[in-house]
Design a protein around this ligand. Sequence first.
Ligand code: SF4
Length: 140
Amino acid sequence: MKTIKLCSACLLGINCKDNGKNNRNEKIIELTRREILIPVCPEQLGGLPTPRKRARQRKGRIYKESGEDITRNFNRGAKEVLKIAELLGIKEAIFKQRSPSCGVGQIYDGNFSGTVIKGDGVTTALLKKNGIKVISEEEL
Ligand code: SF4
Protein backbone atom coordinates (compact mmCIF):
# COMPACT_ATOMS: atom_id res chain seq x y z
CA MET A 1 0.00 0.00 0.00
CA LYS A 2 1.24 3.49 -0.85
CA THR A 3 2.27 5.76 2.03
CA ILE A 4 0.16 8.92 2.43
CA LYS A 5 1.96 12.17 3.30
CA LEU A 6 1.07 15.82 3.42
CA CYS A 7 3.00 18.02 1.00
CA SER A 8 3.30 21.77 0.57
CA ALA A 9 0.99 22.36 -2.39
CA CYS A 10 3.43 24.75 -4.09
CA LEU A 11 6.01 21.93 -4.36
CA LEU A 12 3.49 19.97 -6.42
CA GLY A 13 3.09 22.83 -8.88
CA ILE A 14 -0.03 24.39 -7.39
CA ASN A 15 0.01 28.17 -7.84
CA CYS A 16 -0.48 29.06 -4.17
CA LYS A 17 2.66 31.09 -3.45
CA ASP A 18 2.46 34.67 -2.28
CA ASN A 19 3.38 35.81 -5.82
CA GLY A 20 0.72 33.57 -7.38
CA LYS A 21 3.28 31.11 -8.70
CA ASN A 22 4.57 27.74 -7.44
CA ASN A 23 7.71 25.90 -6.35
CA ARG A 24 7.25 22.81 -8.53
CA ASN A 25 9.95 20.34 -7.58
CA GLU A 26 10.71 17.46 -9.94
CA LYS A 27 11.82 15.14 -7.11
CA ILE A 28 8.44 15.65 -5.48
CA ILE A 29 6.58 15.06 -8.73
CA GLU A 30 8.59 11.85 -9.18
CA LEU A 31 7.69 10.81 -5.63
CA THR A 32 3.97 10.93 -6.50
CA ARG A 33 4.53 7.73 -8.50
CA ARG A 34 5.33 5.86 -5.29
CA GLU A 35 3.53 7.77 -2.54
CA ILE A 36 0.24 9.61 -2.16
CA LEU A 37 1.01 13.27 -1.47
CA ILE A 38 -1.89 15.37 -0.23
CA PRO A 39 -1.35 19.01 -1.26
CA VAL A 40 -1.95 21.59 1.47
CA CYS A 41 -1.26 25.33 1.57
CA PRO A 42 -1.60 26.54 5.16
CA GLU A 43 -1.68 30.18 4.16
CA GLN A 44 -4.62 29.69 1.83
CA LEU A 45 -6.31 27.47 4.42
CA GLY A 46 -5.81 30.31 6.91
CA GLY A 47 -7.95 32.57 4.76
CA LEU A 48 -5.22 34.55 2.98
CA PRO A 49 -5.64 35.44 -0.72
CA THR A 50 -3.37 34.45 -3.62
CA PRO A 51 -1.46 36.43 -4.62
CA ARG A 52 -0.83 37.99 -1.20
CA LYS A 53 1.72 40.21 0.50
CA ARG A 54 4.88 38.51 1.75
CA ALA A 55 4.95 37.66 5.44
CA ARG A 56 7.70 36.78 7.87
CA GLN A 57 8.04 35.46 11.43
CA ARG A 58 9.33 37.78 14.13
CA LYS A 59 9.47 36.74 17.78
CA GLY A 60 6.76 34.14 17.33
CA ARG A 61 4.36 36.45 15.46
CA ILE A 62 3.78 36.82 11.72
CA TYR A 63 3.84 40.21 10.01
CA LYS A 64 3.40 41.61 6.54
CA GLU A 65 6.07 44.01 5.36
CA SER A 66 3.61 46.82 6.17
CA GLY A 67 3.73 45.72 9.82
CA GLU A 68 0.24 44.25 9.86
CA ASP A 69 0.06 41.28 12.23
CA ILE A 70 -1.48 38.26 10.46
CA THR A 71 -0.56 35.63 13.06
CA ARG A 72 -4.24 34.68 13.35
CA ASN A 73 -4.38 33.56 9.70
CA PHE A 74 -1.21 31.50 10.08
CA ASN A 75 -2.49 29.81 13.24
CA ARG A 76 -5.83 29.08 11.59
CA GLY A 77 -4.11 27.55 8.56
CA ALA A 78 -1.90 25.39 10.76
CA LYS A 79 -4.94 24.05 12.62
CA GLU A 80 -6.71 23.23 9.35
CA VAL A 81 -3.68 21.30 8.10
CA LEU A 82 -3.52 19.38 11.37
CA LYS A 83 -7.22 18.58 10.95
CA ILE A 84 -6.52 17.11 7.49
CA ALA A 85 -3.65 15.02 8.88
CA GLU A 86 -5.85 13.70 11.68
CA LEU A 87 -8.78 12.95 9.36
CA LEU A 88 -6.57 10.86 7.08
CA GLY A 89 -4.28 9.40 9.76
CA ILE A 90 -1.23 11.01 8.17
CA LYS A 91 2.01 10.81 10.14
CA GLU A 92 4.51 12.45 7.76
CA ALA A 93 4.83 15.64 5.76
CA ILE A 94 7.18 17.11 3.16
CA PHE A 95 7.20 20.88 3.41
CA LYS A 96 8.80 23.82 1.62
CA GLN A 97 11.95 24.93 3.33
CA ARG A 98 12.22 28.44 4.86
CA SER A 99 8.56 29.43 4.46
CA PRO A 100 7.02 31.16 7.51
CA SER A 101 4.34 28.42 7.45
CA CYS A 102 6.14 25.40 6.07
CA GLY A 103 9.85 25.91 6.90
CA VAL A 104 11.56 22.95 8.61
CA GLY A 105 14.37 24.00 10.95
CA GLN A 106 15.06 27.10 8.83
CA ILE A 107 12.94 30.20 8.22
CA TYR A 108 13.56 33.70 6.92
CA ASP A 109 14.07 36.24 9.67
CA GLY A 110 11.52 38.98 10.25
CA ASN A 111 13.35 41.73 8.35
CA PHE A 112 12.49 40.78 4.75
CA SER A 113 16.22 40.79 4.05
CA GLY A 114 16.50 37.18 2.89
CA THR A 115 18.47 36.25 6.02
CA VAL A 116 17.85 32.68 7.17
CA ILE A 117 17.59 31.78 10.85
CA LYS A 118 16.88 28.58 12.78
CA GLY A 119 13.23 27.85 13.38
CA ASP A 120 10.12 26.10 12.14
CA GLY A 121 7.21 27.53 10.19
CA VAL A 122 3.96 27.87 12.12
CA THR A 123 2.34 24.78 10.57
CA THR A 124 5.50 22.69 10.82
CA ALA A 125 5.74 23.50 14.53
CA LEU A 126 2.12 22.49 15.16
CA LEU A 127 2.45 19.23 13.22
CA LYS A 128 5.67 18.30 15.05
CA LYS A 129 4.02 19.08 18.39
CA ASN A 130 1.33 16.58 17.43
CA GLY A 131 3.75 13.78 16.59
CA ILE A 132 3.88 14.23 12.81
CA LYS A 133 7.31 13.90 11.22
CA VAL A 134 8.09 16.84 8.93
CA ILE A 135 10.99 16.99 6.46
CA SER A 136 11.79 19.58 3.83
CA GLU A 137 12.06 18.95 0.10
CA GLU A 138 15.80 19.57 0.50
CA GLU A 139 16.12 16.41 2.61
CA LEU A 140 14.73 14.11 -0.08
S1 SF4 B 1 2.30 28.30 2.74
FE1 SF4 B 1 3.50 26.49 2.31
S2 SF4 B 1 2.32 25.48 0.68
FE2 SF4 B 1 1.58 27.57 0.78
S3 SF4 B 1 2.82 28.65 -0.72
FE3 SF4 B 1 3.85 28.88 1.24
S4 SF4 B 1 5.35 27.22 1.30
FE4 SF4 B 1 3.87 26.73 -0.31
